[in-house]
Design a protein around this ligand. Structure first.
Ligand code: SF4
Length: 1023
């Protein structure tokens, strides 16, 4: 071997055969040092290689350590003698395989993959009534459940330990945690039936075995004479306790790690393990074990090391390492910082810079890693690199799903597994393979909206895919479009059949074959072809790994899993980075990059709140049921006390999170060998510009060169799409497209005038003529369904019409774009939760988006948790007679569709129709239309036999922290008035009335900015 050990490495190799902790800073040659120590002990102490054991975290790390040991002990390796190297889980698995029979029938267990474990968890969650848990987002609930399952295992706990905790009345978090524990108990039973264990079970069972059978530990101590524990900072308390049972009393254990690189605290790693190692694994006489350090960074240039030290200083609870030192002969290297106006400029800069570095001849593509804190930032940079013909390998799964070839395959899987996924269907049909246009699909969309025959299930919406069984009924299809649609139908049907009993990976391959993906990829240029291949192979690996040990894999569960991967955070937990070694720039998240290194590293999106980032969910067990109460944790003495005051508590857990973010930043910076590029920008979307993050400031402090420094955030860019021309101001639309569109809506003569002003009238006239020709060429307007097509609207539509006919016209007839309103989402979410409560928990499969009568502004003024107000209300404990019941009313020639939230029956046979609102009590005459429609529907729609003795209609407002009601008794005279009022509104709406009636509804109207009447009313009523 040609390695010349530093004095620090030599001291560790020479340390006697006693317990030892090694604090190894980033890039200090930890693996080499471990190999040196083991080799030295084997030679010095006469230990046979078979009497040494190395344990590390991943299979990849185990292979690396074994390789390094073979190099250092090459004479012994040549004789076929080598040190046993395994992983922490592999060690526990080996224990059970060898001694499991002592626990009774535990030998030969199968280990469930994380993907299949999620499938089982999903089944367990949907198996029982879950009243406290919100099951309307099954992917998120399964994720939380998987997190709680892992945390129980990390602390040697079982679901029963949580169930015994109980829940006091009104403690919603504890109630949800108890339901999660019940689901985990069902999950445990199911694993038992299948003869499976998960990773947490392996450690727990190993611990049980050793606790009940000390003779097993005795035999292991006799088998090994020295043990090395690698990456010890990432171990959890359960692993530590298992190891202590064997090697805790003076055994010569060497633990190596770097607490400053503990970035997996959220998945179980305990800072206490490394910090308290000297006491957990003391000398034979009980004195704490010694500590030696590795502080010379052998990887990075001196400027990178300097920056790493500045970052490390920001970690609150850091290691006792003095400071990371560069090697005396380390090159200075290059630090570069750049700040841009927007993410597009930033991505374009990164691409240009990488081309320069590559073209200089010193840097191969594979020498470059671009590391992101969140995978959602990967897409734009990937596109910019692809535009410059740079081969890329997306090694983080979250970013992988956005790669076009992978997104197409994902869309096909979705169509096969979820026939109602219209978005995926549109992606496939409009994509390069079928090349259909929106005009081609209009007849299908129209077929979908046709009324169903009465014998069909009542439903307001059909899946677009259904239209493919009725292509002959879709009038207006061109011959060419029909041919392509039939081709799609044939492929889809064949794949549907083949999906039965086929493994996921095989199904993926068949989709790729059937859609001609491979020949298309072959036709790409070199860089794009390599990128597409690498990324598709990575996805196929994922599908392969998903296949369960038993039974057919559920495509639906796999699709759930992909959804989860698309969410930041979860992907880091589920993902494993595999870098192919091909000559491509690697794009991945920092968490995936741990243990890897590149000569050139780029860190984009270094903004305030992004990196170091804010937590999505702070680890507060009093606020979130997926976290364990501190008193149950094995490392409770190490944790700061959590006060009852929510604000103080938040500060403590936020600080913990910030420490972890700075450790992640430390890992990111120390991946670079010679050149580190740090970038960011003001605009990544959103309404407010970002500020430069503290990492950029530290880089400048460390002497970074400033490659670009935008100073004025100016206005938000209209789009954040890559377009080589977007940097130049548009000479025709100097104020931007959006402003021009607004001007054209307000004044239809504006485009012609603008053309004249800019001297482009001829072009304008030609373009207008071309557009007119195109419009003419569109399929004929749909037939009038035998001339009887009624005017259709919804109850919400009528409410809108009652408030302002012009608003109705713009939102339902001649639709204009509207802002997504968060309060609408909250309202829908509340309705879902109430529906689930009323139904006693829906099977997960049914928890899909439904149509709710929900007018804009309903969530206005909500305070507190409206669902909590519902649960405290008189309705929570009453089983409703009808829940979320759809109806369609015939009012003259108009059809009005709606949905009643709930109908309750009193003991005397009186009915109460209730509409829940997430906002505060608001007396708006237009809203009354809703009550009128429900009462008339109840009387006429045919589901009220026998008729109620009395009827009452009630608005239940839940947004003020408690129930507030507004209701009316329904009498015959009331009903007659209601019918007249509804008929008047429906007739006027059908006649196309679009009169503006400004008033309070302008306050939350999306169109107020360009509606002259609305703007005038708002100006006259400030505040
Ligand atoms: S701004 Fe007011 S007047 Fe104008 S469309 Fe909206 S609600 Fe009607």
């Amino acid at each position: 071997m040609s390695v010349t050990p530093t004095p620090e490495q030599q001291a560790i190799a020479d340390y006697p055969l006693r317990p030892l902790r090694v604090t190894a800073g980033a890039g200090t040659g930890k693996t080499t040092t471990m190999a040196l120590r083991l080799a030295a002990l084997i030679r010095r102490e006469g230990i046979a290689p078979e009497e040494a054991l190395g344990i590390t975290f991943t299979n990849k790390a185990a292979e690396e350590l074994a390789d390094r040991l073979r190099l250092h002990l090459h004479e012994l390796a040549a004789e076929g003698r080598q040190v046993e190297v395994t992983t922490y889980h592999g060690f526990a698995y080996g224990l059970l395989a060898e001694f499991g029979s002592l626990l009774g029938g535990e030998r030969g267990v199968g280990v469930v993959t994380p993907g299949y474990a999620r499938q089982l968890l999903r089944e367990a969650l949907g198996a029982g009534p879950r009243l406290a848990l919100d099951l309307t987002s099954p992917g998120a609930r399964v994720d939380e459940l998987a997190g709680l399952a892992g945390r129980l295992g990390d602390h040697l706990l079982a679901p029963g330990d949580l169930l015994r905790e109980g829940a006091t009345d009104g403690d919603e978090v504890a109630a949800r945690r108890a339901e999660m524990a019940a689901a985990l108990a069902a999950y445990a039973e199911r694993k038992q039936e299948l003869g499976l264990v998960d990773y947490a079970d392996l450690i727990a069972r190993g611990h049980r075995l050793l606790s009940g059978h000390p003779e097993v530990a005795e035999r292991l101590r006799a088998r090994y004479r020295v043990v090395l524990l690698d990456e010890y900072q990432d171990t959890n308390p359960a692993q530590r306790e298992l190891l202590r049972l064997i090697f805790g009393a003076g055994f010569p254990v060497t633990a190596v790690g770097d607490p400053d690189q503990t970035i997996y605290e959220w998945r179980g790693a305990s800072l206490e393990n490394f910090a308290a190692f000297p006491n957990h694994f003391p000398e034979e006489d009980g004195t704490p074990a010694a500590t030696l350090t590795l502080s010379y960074n052998r990887r990075s240039s001196s400027r990178v090391v300097e920056l790493a030290n500045l970052v490390r200083a920001r970690i609150g609870r850091r290691s006792d390492l003095d400071r990371l030192r560069p090697l005396p002969d380390a090159p200075p290297g290059d630090l570069e910082a750049a700040w841009f106006h927007n993410a597009v400029d930033e991505a374009a800069f990164i691409a240009r810079r990488l081309v320069e570095l590559h073209d200089s001849g010193e840097t191969a593509w594979r020498d470059i890693g671009v590391l992101f804190r969140r995978h959602r930032e990967i897409g734009l940079v990937r596109q910019a690199l692809e535009q410059q013909a740079i081969p890329v390998e997306v090694a983080s799964l979250g970013g992988l799903l956005e790669v076009p070839e992978v997104a197409d395959l994902h869309a096909w899987l979705s169509i096969i597994g979820r026939p109602d996924d219209d978005a995926s269907l549109m992606r496939v049909l409009l994509g390069a393979h079928y090349r259909l246009g929106l005009g081609d699909l209009a007849p299908l969309a129209a077929w979908r909206l046709r009324p169903r025959p009465p014998e069909d299930e009542p439903a307001l919406r059909r899946a677009m895919l259904e239209a493919f069984d009725h292509l002959d009924e879709c009038s207006g299809l061109s011959t060419e479009a029909t041919g392509r649609l039939e081709r799609f139908r044939g492929t889809h049907r064949r794949l549907l059949e083949e999906a039965q009993g086929t493994s996921l990976v095989e199904l993926c391959r068949r989709v790729l074959d059937a859609t001609g993906a491979w020949p298309e990829i072959e036709a790409l240029g070199d860089a794009a072809r390599l990128s597409a291949r690498l990324n598709l192979y990575r996805f196929l690996d994922l599908a392969e790994a998903w296949s369960p040990l038993e039974g057919a894999p559920s495509l639906d569960a796999f699709l759930d899993y992909l959804e989860l991967l698309a969410a930041d955070g979860a992907a880091d937990e589920l993902d494993t980075a595999r870098v192919s070694g091909e000559d491509a720039v690697v794009l991945l998240t920092v968490h995936r990059a741990k243990g890897l290194e590149w000569p050139v590293v780029v860190l984009p999106a270094l903004c305030q709140g992004t990196f170091p980032g804010e937590a999505h969910t702070l680890e507060d067990p009093l606020a979130h049921p997926q976290f364990l109460p501190d008193h149950l944790r094995l490392d409770r003495d190490w944790l700061p006390d959590l006060p009852d005051d929510a604000g103080e508590r938040k500060e403590i857990v936020r600080q913990r999170h910030q420490d972890q973010e700075w450790r992640t930043a430390y890992v990111a910076v120390t991946r670079a060998k010679r050149h580190l590029v740090l970038t960011g920008a003001f605009w990544y979307g959103g309404k407010k510009p970002k500020e430069p993050g503290p990492l950029l400031a530290l880089a400048m402090q460390a002497g970074a060169r400033q490659a670009a420094a935008a100073v004025d955030p100016g206005l938000a860019p209209e789009t954040l799409r890559l377009d080589p021309g977007t940097g130049d101001p548009d000479p025709f639309f100097p104020a931007g497209w959006r402003a021009a569109l607004r001007a054209a809506v307000a004044d239809p003569t504006f485009p012609a005038r603008l053309a004249e002003e800019t001297g482009s009238t001829a072009n304008f006239v030609a373009a207008a003529a071309r557009l007119a020709g195109l419009l003419k060429g569109l399929p004929e307007a749909l037939p009038d369904l035998a001339g009887t097509a009624p005017f259709r609207t919804t109850v919400t539509g009528l409410v809108t019409f009652a408030s302002c006919p012009l608003r109705f016209h713009w939102s339902a007839v001649d639709r204009l774009p509207r802002h997504p309103a968060p309060q609408l989402r909250h309202g829908i979410e509340l309705h879902r939760r109430i529906e689930l409560h009323n139904r006693g928990g829906l099977p997960l499969e049914e928890a899909e988006e439904a149509l709710y009568d929900f007018a804009a502004g309903e969530g206005h003024g909500s305070a507190g948790d409206p669902f909590a107000a519902f649960r405290a209300s008189r309705f929570a404990a009453r089983p409703p007679l009808l829940v979320e019941t759809p109806f369609e009313l015939a009012i003259g020639e108009t059809r009005v569709a709606g949905r009643i939230d709930a109908v309750y029956e009193d003991p005397d046979g009186a009915w109460e129709v209730v509409d829940f609102k997430s906002g505060r009590l608001r007396l708006d005459p237009a809203r009354r239309v809703q009550l009128e429609a429900y009462a008339v529907a109840l009387a006429e729609a045919g589901f009220t036999e026998p008729a109620p003795t009395r009827t009452r209609v009630t608005f239940a407002y839940l947004g003020g922290g408690r129930l507030q009601e507004a209701g009316e008794e329904v009498t015959e005279a009331w009903l007659d008035d209601a019918r007249r009022h509804l008929a008047d509104l429906a007739t006027r709406a059908a006649a196309g009335e679009r009169r503006a009636t400004p008033g309070e509804s302008c306050l939350d109207c999306d169109f107020a900015r360009f509606c002259p009447d609305g703007s005038a009313w708002l100006a006259a009523h400030p505040g």
